[in-house]
Design a protein around this ligand. Structure first.
Ligand code: URA
Length: 234
């Protein structure tokens, strides 16, 4: 990999900043200053430093975010705040994107990654990855409503796949989906003449939202969670 690319992938600089830092002699490879941006490094074997600090190259980054209301699940948006605005600059530069979408007013678990193949795999409807949402609705849900929703309802020309609902109270419970159509849960509740008033994703496959993360906070997935993410759907 080119030396300037390595600096970018480690989140230390944009491509043009990386070139400048290299030309200024701020970067060493295996102990020797290198001033050529296109110098080839073995990112897994060579020791690279920037201003004396070792760069730890990691092929992919995986982040768990507890999404607050008011942020859109996009990498950038001309008008709205995005989930990427909640992450440090250094990590943003690594080309992160949200793995699946939550609506602007939906809360909870979002996984951010730059692993396109991994994200594509877990998001593919073929792999039936379970996503659990805590919800509240405006009217009590009858057992007939629950049966209809669990079997599948028409949400405007699309018939939803079977899902599972567990109620805690008559207007509050969890719903487990294996697909993710646009505004799916909201439209499902509308199909039974109800309305969602609260929606929070609490798990994605076997990855659970860390209860110690406040809204708007994030952390890296642990090694164990990374393995789970990469196994999800397999
Ligand atoms: N269903 C919805 O309606 N909204 C979400 O954000 C996720 C699932």
């Amino acid at each position: 990999m080119r030396l300037d690319k390595l600096l970018c992938e480690c989140g230390k600089a944009s491509r043009s900043e990386a070139g400048k830092l290299i030309r200024l002699g701020k970067v060493t490879v295996n102990g020797a200053v290198v001033k050529k941006a296109d110098f080839k490094v073995d990112e897994l074997a060579d020791t690279v430093t920037l201003c004396g600090e070792d760069l730890c190259y990691k092929k992919f980054t995986y982040i768990m975010l507890n999404k607050p209301q008011g942020y859109v699940s996009a990498t950038d948006d001309p008008k709205e705040k995005t989930v990427l605005d909640l992450v440090d600059n250094e990590d943003r530069r690594k080309g992160l994107f949200p793995c699946g979408r939550l609506d602007k007013n939906t809360l909870g678990l979002v996984i951010l990654t730059n692993d396109g193949d991994g994200a594509h795999y877990v998001l593919s409807p073929k792999h039936h990855v379970k996503k659990v949402y805590r919800f509240e609705c405006i009217f009590p849900l009858s057992s007939e409503d629950i049966t209809r929703l669990e079997k599948g309802v028409d949400i405007g020309g699309y018939f939803t796949k079977p899902c599972t609902i567990e109620m805690e109270e008559t207007q509050k419970g969890t719903i487990t989906l294996t697909e993710g159509k646009y505004h799916q849960i909201k439209r499902m509740l509308e199909a039974v003449d109800n309305k969602i008033t609260y929606l929070e994703r609490i798990s994605f496959g076997d990855i659970l939202l860390d209860p110690s993360l406040e809204r708007g906070q994030w952390r890296y997935l642990t090694k164990e969670e990374e393995k789970i993410f990469l196994r999800t759907g397999k």
